[in-house]
Design a protein around this ligand. Structure first.
Ligand SMILES: Cc1cc2nc3c(=O)[nH]c(=O)nc-3n(C[C@H](O)[C@H](O)[C@H](O)COP(=O)(O)OP(=O)(O)OC[C@H]3O[C@@H](n4cnc5c(N)ncnc54)[C@H](O)[C@@H]3O)c2cc1C
Length: 292
């Protein structure tokens, strides 16, 4: 089923996973996803390594989830550092496996890639990939958007203009980059509506697992850690268990407020760990997603 149809029926809870580095990690990821089925996610997704290396595992996990579970699965697909025909080939295989939903992304050039930009045979932006998918396939399409602005964008206005372009070219809905202060999301919602974005915008929530990890993630994607949260993370920087609990508490409050605000869904960046998301969903009371 296309996720756009699900979004017409109800507000969604979804989980995002990533592929392991080695083939022998595939069964563990599949097992974690299957275990989290008890929270009745409306869809799950598996990230795609723009740097290569793990792409085959993304396809394998996506296809296994499709054939071994009743979950609706969305494949991530980045287009950077691949030829158009390679990307086309991935889409053909996904289609043949019965996958109905794709999130179309540009991705980031792998470290050490000094090619200086997209080659003539590459899709330069997610917008080009969306057009290609629309012209050649019948997938439901999602795109990424950035409440605090994408790190390369000239301004918040130009960035939101490209988010709107994704909608115009065929994206059915958008999922946001992680953020830790809901006001960035609420502000983005207002700016998006003013810019003519009418498709559902689903906030992405990443429960913090460790201080160094979240510092690395936020510095890469340009998200702000609010001062009060940052102080706590610093205080417990050497205690991952304590930080995980801080992360659960913060994500629970974020999700509660977002849900109360009427968001069309919440997309949890699960990072392949069941503990935090299980506790967050057990803390929350959001339509049918609290496991027995
Ligand atoms: C929900 C979500 C899922 C993600 N999943 C993955 C994943 O699976 N694998 C992975 O490697 N990365 C993933 N990422 C990270 C993403 O690849 C990076 O943020 C990347 O830097 C931008 O990807 P994009 O699709 O937003 O690119 P684009 O939409 O192409 O945007 C990149 C930059 O170019 C600008 N821009 C956009 N369109 C145009 C245009 N037509 N012309 C000129 N400028 C333009 C934008 O303002 C922005 O500054 C994900 C991010 C999110 C939010």
């Amino acid at each position: 089923m296309k996720i756009r149809e699900i979004l017409k029926e109800r507000r969604t809870v979804s989980f995002e996973f990533f592929p392991p580095r080695e083939a022998d990690g595939v069964p563990t990821v599949v097992e974690v996803v299957k275990d989290l089925q008890r929270f009745a996610p409306d869809f799950v997704s598996v990230t795609y390594g723009a740097g290569g290396g793990t792409r085959a595992f993304t396809e394998e996990i996506t296809m296994r989830l499709k054939s071994e579970t009743r979950l609706e699965v969305m494949a991530h697909l980045t287009c950077v550092a691949q030829t158009r025909s390679e990307v086309h080939g991935v889409l053909e295989r996904l289609q043949a496996a019965g996958i109905e939903n794709v999130i179309a992304l540009r991705g980031d050039r792998p470290a050490g890639d000094d090619s200086g930009g997209p080659g003539a045979d590459e899709f330069a932006h997610a917008t080009d990939l969306i057009t290609h998918i629309q012209d050649n396939f019948d997938f439901g399409i999602a795109g990424a958007c950035y409440p605090e602005g994408h790190t390369e964008s000239e301004s918040l206005e130009t960035d939101i203009g490209y988010a709107r372009m994704k909608q115009e070219l065929g994206a059915d809905f958008l999922i946001t980059q992680l953020f830790y202060d809901n006001d960035y999301f609420f502000d983005f919602q207002e700016r998006a509506a003013a810019a003519g974005i009418t498709v559902p915008v689903i906030p992405g929530v990443l429960p913090i697992l460790s201080t160094p990890q979240i510092r690395r993630f936020t510095s890469l994607c340009g998200a702000t850690i609010p001062a009060e949260l940052d102080e706590k993370l610093e205080r417990y920087a050497d205690d991952n268990r304590a930080v995980r609990e801080i992360g659960i508490e913060h994500a629970t409050r974020q999700a509660e407020e977002l849900w109360a605000h009427g968001v069309p869904g919440i997309h949890f960046y699960v990072l392949n760990r069941r503990y935090s998301v299980s506790h967050i969903l057990s803390n929350l009371d959001i339509g049918g997603h609290t496991a027995e």
